[in-house]
Write a protein that binds this ligand. Sequence first.
Ligand code: C2E
Ligand code: CA
Ligand code: CA
Length: 682
Amino acid sequence: MSGIKTTIPVVEMRQVEGREWWLWIAAVAVTLVLTFGILSLAVPVLHSPDETYSLNLKEWVRGLAALVLLFDIYTLYQQQQLHRIRRQLAEREQIFHLITENAADMIAVIDRDGKRIYNSPAYQKILGYGPEELAATSSMDQIHPDDLARVMEASAKANSTGRGERLEYRIRHKDGSWRVLESTASAIRSSEGDANGLVIVNRDITERKRAEEKLAHQSFHDGLTGLPNRALFLDRLQRSITHSRRHKDFKFAVLFIDIDEFKVFNDSLGHAAGDTLLVQIAQRLSASLRGVDTVSRPRQSGDGNSYIGEGTLARPGGDEFTLLVEELHDPSDAIRVAERIQRRLAVPFDSNNQQIVLSVSIGIAFSSAGAVEAQDVLRDAEIAMYRAKSTGKARCEVFDHAMHAGAIKRLQLETDLRTALELKQFRVYYQPIVSLRNDQIVGFETLSRWQRPEGLVMPGEFIAVADETGIILSINQQLLYEACRQLRSWHAIFPSDPAFTLSVNITPKQFAQPDLASQIGKTLQETGLDPRNVNLEITETIAMADADRSALVLSELKALGVRLDIDDFGTGYSSLSRLQHFPVDRLKIDRSFISCMDTDADTREIIRIIIMLAHGLGLKVVAEGVETQVQADMLKDLDCELAQGYLYSRPVPSEEIDQLLSKNRTTGVSGRLGKAASSTSG
Ligand code: C2E
Ligand code: CA
Ligand code: CA
């Protein structure tokens, strides 16, 4: 605690010292007066021995006595005052002592040259230096060289203005590490107002800083791979856009990389293995760019693997990665990067000693004069990636404006579909399925139509998008309910033996619903339709995509009591031997075969074999798209049981089926049904 006196209030100390001074002067003066008085009494020469002598002497003694008395009283009073002030100062010193010695913050007092006068014990606790080590160094010695200028500037300011601003700086711990301190300085002023030094309060905020940095990192990085996330990527992309607007020859490209069929890997390997695979992919991508973050790389030459300026690799989510390639010399540079990525990722991965071969689809968007928003450029690259996927995967596509127009149209369609659902603009059309044996109607396939104010929209224009976006779930829920009720009403009005059946199409999205069976079961129960009268149509592509799961779902559906049809047979795997593992009832031969059977002998032969094999598996066959009597007759000859097509009827609204059935009842059921329904067909 040496030097702590400097820190007690200087002005009050000066007052105390001043008073003591005056007391001394007064004491000397009184002594001089007394000495002179006593001398004048003792030496008679100094006064004339007349009658007034004794009187004067008395006066003198009286005067002196009064003076001494007054002085004594004054001295006593002053003594008391001094005592009080000293006691107060001692108390304050004790409080200062208590505060500084126990404070968690580091408190330092330095003189105006920066020499340490006092350091609280917290210094040792926080920075590891003992009092001797501190005494041997200057207050600036341990400060980080990069922060030194700022600290000196702040202390100069504190000296001149009296109070410094809050300051953050790094200081070296005894163990060599850096701690971050937050400090405020106040000047110690003399009575003349000059700064004599500074009192500095330092707080150790290293942990807080670390937590803040970690938080900042987390909010801008992907937790799994440590790569920048979407937000950080967009930020960097935005900077590139700004830069390219100022520098006309600065070009960049965004690559949107998506792993093909990652969901399949994820589902079959398990999520933990899927995550590990993603990390491996991220590492390989980083390695092929030599550096994870924005790292400057000089252009290389020679090996064809050469590339370019800077790159930011990010993982915006899921199985997607994005790459910002800057300082392109030519658009072909970006395509080369994409090809190199595809080559490197084509090398098999290892997952629990299992070799995984994967491919990626890449979309590329280039900097363009019009680009303003990072999101737009990223979206363009994503659109191009979708194009690459839809045209065969493992490919790379460059964004162009036709794609943009297509994407905008699609977005509009999505919005319109949602509105259509709310406005109940979807209609069920029914197309009769006819027995080839007697031309009698045995059932109906339900087909959607979208009744817009502008006209009727065919499913080819909206079913695929409705399926991808999941809107199909609500559409078909509505349709199934309506169709089930409709069929019940026909059963009541037009009883037949066996009863009419209802065929309903199932899309990939529907088939992927874990509760598909229970949903359909619920609708059947609510409408009271006998499940045996319902045929669910599933394309072989859907059924084969995940054969194990399909077997499970199909048996769940079968357990409801419904029948199962394989739709569009011949357009997918066309494998009857694989289909035999599924509990199906009927096979629908695709229209493309039927349409050319009357002109092409080979096709006819194929149809014959399909029908034969199907019968071998105990399946009935429905021929789709029968348009001519010649086709119908040929199919009959080939033992095909059922047919559906414009020859009999186009898909029509329920009212037209009502008319058709009433007419048949009055005329006796026979003959072609097509004429009756073709006029209003959809
Ligand atoms: P699909 O299941 O193969 O349905 C048969 C398609 O062939 C229907 O087209 C039908 O109008 C058409 N068609 C029937 N007979 C003939 C014919 O003789 N000649 C020709 N050229 N075509 C004929 P549509 O109604 O346009 O439906 C197309 C596809 O859309 C359907 O193919 C089906 O996969 C799907 N779809 C339609 N409505 C729905 C629905 O409500 N839900 C689901 N999930 N899919 C639906
Ligand atoms: Ca169908
Ligand atoms: Ca079909």
